[in-house]
Every structure is written in structure tokens, then in C-alpha cells.
Design a protein around this ligand. Structure first.
Ligand code: AMP
Ligand code: MG
Length: 405
């Protein structure tokens, strides 16, 4: 059976990059940058004062312990200031204002002797004067041609800040993937309807729609179909018109697990079926091509936690690869186990757990998860602990990786 790593690698190798499009700066939050963006102009654009204070020339202070200088003008942010300042003079200058030629130090107002009722003069002691003090020179933060954002960056608030600083609008981003979600099973009833004997609510579909949206995709529900060849075939053909088709249920060894055969009948090439993992072992993955159109198809096992975990592991890998998003594989933190963990069986396991910040470190405890049907306990989980069974058991106090969930 394939390992999770092998299976994830296969998923990534069958992905096609999405086309790019332009969005306005106002709509860019959460989108993925589709090409390397270069710094268009120097930052700062001019020599800039970083303090409210007095601009002076360092050379005027050589061999003096302090100087009383005339204040020849006041420069506020937004003013132009190209006129040089003569020797033995100071300017009053504000944060963000253009530093005039000749000035090579701004002494903060808190560090000088200055009387607002006699604003024509300022006394500055030499120990407060430092070459280039509180001046940010033009281009010292960024030069044209530097890479500002790499393709694959998910645009967060800090990226909005730099895009706006450098005047980017519109912004080239990847098109959002279109995902269709189909639930299969004779026993399923949509929430809002009464449950008959032997029936259960269809929880996987709303879950997968939510996961898809959280991952930045356009998600469409294809409803529920019974375990019936004709109904399945019709719904699969509709689903193949999307970038990704997710089916839940019907991929295991039951007599009504018809999904793999109907996918094959629809022309979907099977890339793998079954992965050595828990939960999620029966997962099915394939690809459908029609000319230059491709649809990636995931048959997700019906048990709710299997469905969720397989989305996190495989579907997200596909979405991330489609947009070059580079953070996919990053396990972002390690946390200290609060109780001993051991695994039954020999499958790689994603254990739902709860991570918290406590007394200066991340600590993690299991949520007493009872297996792939136990969706109830995952409501208390905010991470998955990936565990190789051969490396266990894990005593309390061990540091383990946690995948935010
Ligand atoms: P299957 O993969 O079809 O054999 O289903 C495995 C288990 O998951 C069974 O107990 C199903 O009733 C359950 N199941 C399948 N589909 C869903 C769904 N959409 N929502 C909740 N449970 C489901
Ligand atoms: Mg089923």
C-alpha cells in the first residue's frame, strides 16, 4: 500500500497550474499571487526623517560640546524640500518629511533645548548628534527590481500593506479552483428533513464545502445520490466539469461501494486506491482529461473524520500545488504532549488533538478520539498530530509536530 508521502507526491505530480487573472487591491486579500512581483520604485522614495526634531549637519559639531543654531525653516510631511541647508543652521523637521540636502542627522525634539516661544533657535549637544541618525535614505529599504512578493504567496494583511505601499492595483492572482462535492449513499438524508430508520444526516457534504471554501475555492454542491449506477454516472459527469471533484462514500469494499467502477466507466484514470493511513485508508484518487481540460477526482471514504482528514492531506495538497502555494507541507509547530500516546496497528495516523499556549510553550492533548466515525470528539480538536506507529509510544513530555486544523 502507498505511504501518505508517496500518495501526496502522486497528487502533486498530476496537478496542472491554474490560469491567472487580475483582481483589484480591495479584493486581493486571501488570493494567491500568480507571478513574482518586483519593487517598482525605491523605498523610501526620498530621504526621510524618522523623528520629529531638528535636522543638523554633523560637521558643525566637530570640536564643540554643544551648538546654538538658527532654525531656518520648518519641514512637515508632504512638503517638497530640495533647497540645501547652509552651514551652521538647523531645520525643524517632522516624521515622514523629506530631509533637505546637507542635513545628515535628525535630533529628536526630546533631546534638544528648544523653547516654542523663541522658535528661531535651538541648542543641541554634540553627544546627541550621530551621522545619519534618524534618517532613512532613499532606496535603503527596497530598490527597484528587488522581488517584493514571490509567486505562490497567499495574500495576508502584511502583503496588502506592501502591495499598497508600492501602488499595485490590479494584482495578478491565480484563478480560484472550482470544486464540486457529491455525497453518495442510500442512507443519507439532508439536514432539514426527518430521519427514517437506518438513515443518517449527510454531514460530509456541508463539511467538504466548508473546507473547500476555507481553502480558497469556489465550492458547488452536487447534492446526494443513492448507491445506484445510473444516478452516480450522471452526477460524476456533471462533476467532471470542475477543476476538482470530491465524492464522499462508496470507495471501500462494500457491495454498494460503486464509486471506483463508475469513475472508471466515466473515463477517470485511477492513480491510486488505498493509502496506509488512519483515518482514510480507502481513499481513491484519479484524473480525468478531455483535451486540455483536467479534473482531479478524489473518492473520499464516507466516515466523517476520514473525509475531513483526507481533504486536509490530499485535496489541500492538490489545491496548493495548483497555485504554487508553498506553505502546504509546513508543519508549523511542535507541542509538548500532556499525556502518553500509543497507537494500535501499523498505519501512519493523524490524531485529532487540542493544542494550546500554556506557560510559555505549546502543549497538546488528545481529544479521546474513537476512530473514523467519531466526528463528535473532533469538535474539540484544533490540530492533527501526525504519528509514525514505529516511533511510538510517546511518553508525556515528548515534543510532537502539530498540523493546525
Ligand atoms: P462508505 O464509505 O460509503 O462505506 O461509508 C462509510 C461510513 O460513512 C458509513 O457509516 C456511512 O453511513 C458514512 N457516511 C457516508 N457518507 C456520509 C455522509 N455524506 N455524511 C455522513 N456520513 C456518511
Ligand atoms: Mg456508502
Amino acid at each position: 500500500m502507498l505511504s501518505v508521502e508517496q500518495a501526496t507526491g502522486l497528487v502533486e505530480s498530476h496537478v496542472q497550474a491554474l490560469a491567472q487573472m487580475d483582481v483589484s487591491l480591495a479584493e486581493a486579500f486571501g488570493r494567491i499571487v500568480a507571478m513574482d512581483l518586483q519593487v517598482p520604485f525605491p523605498s523610501p522614495r526620498f530621504d526621510k526623517s524618522m523623528m520629529d526634531g531638528f535636522g543638523v549637519r554633523c560637521r558643525d559639531f566637530v570640536d564643540h560640546s554643544q551648538r546654538r543654531l538658527p532654525v531656518v525653516r520648518t519641514i512637515t510631511a508632504g512638503m517638497t524640500s530640495s533647497k540645501p541647508v547652509s552651514d551652521e543652521a538647523a531645520v525643524r523637521i517632522m516624521t515622514g518629511a523629506v530631509v533637505p540636502p546637507g542635513i545628515d542627522c535628525v535630533v529628536p525634539i526630546e533631546h534638544v533645548a528648544f523653547d516654542e516661544s523663541d522658535p528661531g533657535e535651538v541648542t543641541v549637544s554634540s553627544d546627541k548628534v550621530r551621522s545619519e541618525g534618524n534618517i532613512l535614505r532613499k532606496g535603503s529599504l527596497a530598490e527597484p527590481g528587488d522581488v517584493l512578493l514571490f509567486s505562490g504567496t497567499e495574500i495576508g494583511p502584511q502583503h496588502i500593506a506592501v502591495l499598497a505601499e508600492f501602488g499595485f492595483d490590479p494584482i495578478p492572482v491565480f484563478r480560484r479552483p472550482a470544486i464540486a462535492v457529491l455525497a453518495t449513499g442510500n442512507e443519507l438524508v439532508d439536514v432539514g428533513n426527518p430521519l427514517g430508520p437506518g438513515q443518517i444526516y449527510n454531514s460530509n457534504q456541508p463539511t467538504l464545502l466548508a473546507q473547500s471554501r476555507q481553502a480558497g475555492c469556489f465550492a458547488t454542491s452536487l447534492g446526494v445520490v443513492a448507491d445506484d449506477r445510473e444516478q452516480l454516472q450522471a452526477a460524476i459527469r456533471q462533476g467532471l466539469q470542475h477543476d476538482i471533484l470530491l465524492l464522499s462514500g462508496g470507495v471501500s469494499a462494500g457491495t454498494l461501494d460503486l464509486v471506483p467502477a463508475e469513475l472508471a466507466a466515466a473515463g477517470v484514470e485511477c492513480i491510486f486506491h488505498k493509502v496506509a493511513m488512519k483515518p482514510g485508508k480507502p481513499v481513491w484518487f484519479g484524473r480525468w482529461n478531455d483535451g486540455d481540460r483536467t479534473c482531479l477526482v478524489f473518492g473520499l471514504p464516507g466516515n466523517p473524520v476520514s473525509t475531513m482528514v483526507c481533504f486536509e492531506v490530499f485535496v489541500k495538497a492538490a489545491i496548493n500545488a495548483m497555485t504554487g502555494r508553498s506553505i502546504a507541507k509546513a508543519v508549523s509547530a511542535k507541542a509538548v504532549l500532556q499525556q502518553e500516546l500509543s497507537l494500535k496497528g501499523d498505519r501512519f495516523t493523524y490524531l485529532p488533538a487540542r493544542v494550546q499556549w500554556s506557560a510559555g510553550e505549546y502543549v497538546v492533548c488528545s481529544v479521546n478520539w474513537a476512530g473514523s466515525a467519531d466526528v463528535r470528539s473532533t469538535a474539540n480538536a484544533n490540530c492533527l498530530i501526525p504519528l509514525h506507529p514505529e516511533m511510538g509510544p510517546w511518553p508525556a513530555g515528548t515534543k510532537v509536530p502539530v498540523i493546525p486544523w
